[in-house]
Design a protein around this ligand. Structure first.
Ligand SMILES: C[S@@+](CC[C@H](N)C(=O)[O-])C[C@H]1O[C@@H](n2cnc3c(N)ncnc32)[C@H](O)[C@@H]1O
Length: 216
């Protein structure tokens, strides 16, 4: 595991064994802001004051931290799945708070809290991290936004199976949005077969297209 600096100055992790990084080398922060925040959270925030968010793959916690920053005027219930947590010694070296001139404790609180315990980060942001794999995850709560941020289909094909997306579809409210960086043709066809409306959106730097799938 190596700490790397991406093109926008924000740090990320590179896993040497599978040769895959947690974010785009063109910019971790800009990728996350573009895909998950702009086209996921803020898109759904236009019509909702209270949002439920499910993240597949908490990893560094960047998406959770950015949701906290950008969703400050909304009520957010955030659940993140992470069966393989990063060591705290690595997390401490990430520079996401610096990117926003915030105290690093604001970021570290996403990692400091206990697993499977709902924590109030603020009065309007609740956060729960679970070690459940997406394959095993169940919930009575339905979600308005799903951040699907697993490793790529080439590196972790089992996470891109139809069964997983059928399950996520059932876990979503009507009109909910699933956002992801993957825009492969076979993936888009599978989403349509399940019943999603598939929107192709321009990607962040270094990526032509991304996908937003709406439950209809
Ligand atoms: C691309 S990285 C995560 C990026 C993360 N959102 C971030 O901002 O750092 C993929 C993440 O999915 C996690 N993961 C691997 N297998 C998983 C599974 N079966 N269910 C849920 N998450 C999984 C990995 O441990 C890793 O943290």
């Amino acid at each position: 595991m190596k700490l790397i600096t991406t093109a926008d100055g924000s740090k990320s992790i590179f896993l040497t064994d599978i040769e895959e990084s947690y974010h785009s080398s063109f910019g971790a922060k800009s990728e996350s802001e573009h895909i998950y925040i702009q086209h996921g959270l803020l898109y759904k925030s236009e019509n909702l004051d209270t949002l439920t968010v499910l993240e597949i793959g908490l990893g560094t916690g960047l998406n959770a931290f950015l949701s906290f920053i950008h969703g400050a005027n909304k009520n957010i219930h955030y659940i993140a799945l992470e069966p393989f947590p990063l060591p705290f010694s690595i997390i401490e070296q990430l520079n996401y708070s610096d990117c926003y001139n915030l105290d690093n404790n604001q970021f570290l609180q996403f990692h400091d809290n206990n697993w499977d315990v709902n924590t109030l980060i603020t009065n309007n942001f609740s956060f729960l991290k679970s070690k459940a794999m997406v394959q095993d995850f169940t919930s009575e709560l339905l979600f308005d936004v799903v951040y699907f941020d697993a490793f790529s289909p080439a590196k972790q094909p089992e996470l891109w199976d139809k069964e997983i997306f059928e399950k996520l579809y059932k876990l979503m409210n009507n009109e909910a949005a699933l956002v992801t960086y993957c825009a492969k043709g076979s993936f888009k066809r599978m989403l349509k077969e399940i019943g999603f409306k598939v929107e192709i959106l321009p990607g962040p730097n270094g990526k032509r297209e991304i996908v937003r799938a709406i439950k209809i």
